[in-house]
Structure formats: structure tokens, C-alpha cells
Design a binder for this molecule. Structure first.
Ligand code: NAP
Length: 253
């Protein structure tokens, strides 16, 4: 077992989706004294993000090319990261797309594209990461589900179904990892004001990426299996189970 520094496992902090607003807020809170890897598309164009993480105290920030949809490349990319930067302490899977629901209802390829990124690519990466961390005997994984996957809504059922699948997969994987020393944190976030939701009116109980990151980092340090962001989403979504379908299907989004 590796030594735990400041409550999270020792080793590199790796952000998959290196420009994710929520992901970068989490990394800024964990970066002090750590090696950070930003894995993203267009990895040569991460200067702003890199500078932000250096300012947060990282001892080194490395940018790695990562296209989640290119699943055949996942294994070699992860092997390269560990060969060059050592063991992984925390891996944050923060990539994702909201997609265009209207288009996805008309064109199967558009629906599949959302599910490829938001479900299949996550499953591929998590499976490889889980095996690597099992072999290490420690390490922490952060997975982004959503309230949209807890009870799927008519207005965004394509994105919601991807998150529902991911929620189930992550819950099962967390149980499979129980007792191995590896910790998986599933985050069920509500509406986050930021790039992904740009142009949409904030829903009730909206949060900022910074507040989501505070919740995630506290849950990582406590090695909790599940975090709702904001915490108020938990009772709201449990109660939502009792809302009749005839009402639920009319929710505007
Ligand atoms: N924002 C919300 O309201 C909300 C609510 C609940 C859950 N979540 C989830 O939280 C996670 C982080 O969201 P966020 O708000 O931080 O979103 P964000 O700022 O839009 O970041 C998402 C990142 O995913 C990357 N990405 C998309 N497709 C990719 C691909 N094929 N390969 C590699 N990277 C890809 C994008 O990279 P590029 O820079 O290359 O485009 C982008 O930087 C997501 O899983 C999201 O579904 C968000």
C-alpha cells in the first residue's frame, strides 16, 4: 500500500478531460506538491489549464493526448502515463458531452455518439484503470454520474440513459473493488453552472464547479463511495421516485 498524503492516495493526479471545469477545480484542490497529468484532446493547447495547475502548487504538469472515443488507445495511453509519471494516486474521469437531444431523437448515430463518450468510453477506461490500481493495491477513482441518470427525464433521456448506465456500472465496480485498497467515488451532480450548461437557465439548487469540487475532495478524503452535489439533491431525487410518470414526463428539461 502506498503512503497517503493529505488524505488522498500517493501518486499522480490524472484528469481525463483536461479542460473540464469541474475536473480542473478538483485538481487545483489536490495539486499542491503533486505531479499532475492533464489528458485531453488537442493536448498541445492546454497552456491556460497547465498554468492554473502550476499556480496551485503542482511539482510538475504533463499534458497527454487523450480522445475518449478512441477506445483502442486507452490501454497504451494509460501504460505510457504510469511508465513516465509513476503510480496513479487519483484518477478523475471528467470528460463528457451533453449532446443535442433533438438530433439524437432523429438520428441514431447522434444518440450513439453521446453514449460512446458518456458510457462506453468510461467503461473502457474504468476497467483498465481498476485493474492497474488493483495491482498497485491503492488509488482513487472519481466517476461523474448525474442526477439525470438517477431518474431519467424525457427532456434529456439520451444523456440521462448514458449516466444511468454509468451509475450502475460504477456502483458495481465499487463493490468489486471493495477490500482491494482501491476507492471509487461516484458523484451525482445536479445542474452545474458552467460551459456544459451554457445558455440554459439555471435549475433550482444549481451549483458552481467550485462547490462540486469541494464536495468531491471532502468525499475523496473520507473515502466515501457516493457524493451528491449539492447534498440537497439526495432527498430531492429520492422523493422524485414518487412523482407520477404523467407529471415527470412534462418536466421541461
Ligand atoms: N455541468 C453539469 O451541469 C453537470 C452535471 C452533472 C454531471 N456532469 C458531469 O460532470 C463531468 C464534468 O463536466 P463539466 O461540467 O466539467 O464539463 P465541461 O467543462 O464541458 O468538460 C467536459 C470535457 O469533456 C471533454 N470531452 C468531451 N468529449 C471528449 C472526448 N471524446 N475525448 C476527450 N475529452 C472529451 C471536453 O473536452 P474538449 O475540451 O476537447 O471539448 C471537455 O473539456 C461530465 O461527465 C459531466 O457529464 C456535469
Amino acid at each position: 500500500m502506498g503512503v497517503r498524503a493529505e488524505g488522498v492516495d500517493a501518486g499522480a493526479i490524472v484528469l481525463f478531460g483536461g479542460r473540464s471545469e469541474i475536473g480542473l477545480e478538483i485538481v487545483r484542490r489536490l495539486a499542491d506538491g503533486r505531479v499532475v497529468v492533464l489528458a485531453a484532446r488537442r493536448s498541445g493547447d492546454l497552456e491556460r489549464e497547465r498554468a492554473e495547475v502550476v499556480r496551485a502548487g503542482a511539482t510538475g504538469v504533463h499534458c497527454v493526448e487523450f480522445d475518449a472515443d478512441d477506445m483502442a488507445s486507452h490501454e497504451s495511453m494509460l501504460e505510457k502515463i504510469t511508465a513516465e509519471h509513476g503510480r496513479i494516486g487519483v484518477a478523475v474521469l471528467a470528460f463528457g458531452v451533453l449532446g443535442d437531444q433533438g438530433r439524437a431523437e432523429r438520428e441514431p448515430e447522434a444518440a450513439l455518439a453521446v453514449l460512446r463518450t458518456d458510457f462506453l468510453a468510461q467503461v473502457s477506461l474504468l476497467t483498465i484503470l481498476a485493474n492497474m490500481l488493483r495491482a498497485q493495491g491503492d488509488g482513487q477513482l472519481v466517476v461523474f454520474g448525474s442526477v439525470a441518470g438517477f431518474r431519467v427525464r424525457r427532456a434529456n433521456y439520451v444523456y440521462g440513459s448514458g449516466k444511468a448506465g454509468l451509475d450502475g456500472f460504477a456502483t458495481g465496480l465499487a463493490d468489486a473493488l471493495h477490500g482491494t485498497g482501491v476507492h471509487l467515488l461516484l458523484v451525482r451532480a445536479g445542474f452545474v453552472i458552467g460551459r456544459m450548461t451554457e445558455g440554459m437557465d439555471p435549475a433550482p439548487f444549481s451549483v458552481t464547479p467550485g462547490r462540486v469540487a469541494d464536495t468531491v475532495v471532502a468525499a475523496l478524503r473520507a473515502r466515501r463511495p457516493l457524493a451528491w452535489a449539492p447534498p440537497m439533491m439526495r432527498p430531492i431525487y429520492f422523493a422524485s421516485r414518487f412523482v407520477p410518470r404523467a407529471i415527470w414526463r412534462k418536466l421541461p428539461r
